[in-house]
Design a protein around this ligand. Structure first.
Ligand code: R5P
Length: 279
């Protein structure tokens, strides 16, 4: 049984089509702005699907209210599937007095949920803050399937070494070579990038990252690949956390931009719903 919060509404139609059994939930606001939630059913085991893109705090509160309502109706086991996990980038204290925000949210969810599934978490090590079973789900299947007939004998690249594992997983599914961009600081204001482990000239290239925000990382990589003689340049990411104007800027710099639907955006062309239904 599945409950979909307002941060998962954009996935609901496909969830129904692919045979997910949904419990209806009414979500509205009290006149003072507080959230009101009412679930129309329950079951011994329920999965709550809620992505926590903006307005992030609202989506997090809903996760708690829905879980409380389901427990009230007798649910014994609750799973949270959170396609995009907000606050995931605040995973350390950089200035004294700051919280580890990702820890705060995971601990709060742990009061209600037994299991937590997150797609492509920014720092998978932070899953340890959740007291129950916590799983980082890969979007590699979804991304590879979408690009399977677009790349020919092209290559897959990660925009930096840290993202290599993710790009490698996509490349493996496509049976293609992969590499990453190496960043070298050449002055206090200038960082030089170059792809390592692969030859890009004359090849179609897919660059894969977890998040696109301003688009700066992808645009820089794409411009460099053009100069180096790459053929078509495709850009993919799990989470399109686009800053204003980023979709247009990236789209202009590459042959195609596609992200998954962990967040609804005009370029969320890749669906993770089949992966959710397998959890
Ligand atoms: C960084 O750690 C992430 O993996 C992304 O590379 C980053 O968030 C992309 O940001 P932007 O689109 O602003 O360059």
């Amino acid at each position: 049984m599945i409950v979909v919060g307002s941060g998962g509404k954009h996935l609901e139609e496909e969830l129904r089509r692919l045979d997910g059994t949904l419990i209806e939930v009414e979500i509205k606001r009290f006149p003072d702005g507080e959230k009101y939630v009412r679930v129309s059913g329950s079951s011994r085991e329920v999965t709550v699907i809620q992505s926590t893109f903006a307005p992030q705090d609202e989506h997090i509160i809903e996760l708690l209210l829905i879980a409380d309502a389901l427990r009230e109706k007798g649910a014994e086991k609750l799973k949270a599937v959170i396609p995009y996990f907000a606050y995931s980038r605040q995973d350390r204290v950089t200035k004294e007095g700051e919280p580890v925000s990702v820890r705060a949210i995971m601990k709060a969810l742990g009061v209600y949920y037994d299991e937590l599934y997150i797609f492509d978490l920014h720092n998978p090590e932070t899953l340890r803050f959740f007291p129950g079973k916590a799983v980082n789900v890969s979007s590699a299947r979804a991304i590879a399937t979408y690009f399977s007939d677009k790349l020919g004998d092209g290559i897959v690249l990660a925009p930096d070494k840290g993202a290599r594992k993710r790009a490698g997983a996509v490349a493996k599914k496509l049976g293609l070579e992969f590499g990453h961009f190496e960043k070298k600081r050449i002055s206090p204001t200038e960082v030089q990038m170059r792809p390592v482990d692969v030859e890009v000239e004359g090849k179609n290239v897919l660059i894969v990252d977890d998040i696109i925000s301003t688009g700066g990382t992808m645009i820089k990589a794409a411009n460099l690949l053009r100069k180096m003689g790459a053929e078509k340049i495709f850009v993919a990411a799990t989470h399109g956390v686009f800053a204003p104007g980023a979709v247009e800027r990236v789209s202009k710099a590459v042959d195609e931009l596609a992200v998954t639907n962990t967040i609804p955006t005009p370029v969320s062309k890749i669906s993770i719903v089949p992966d959710i239904l397998e959890l």
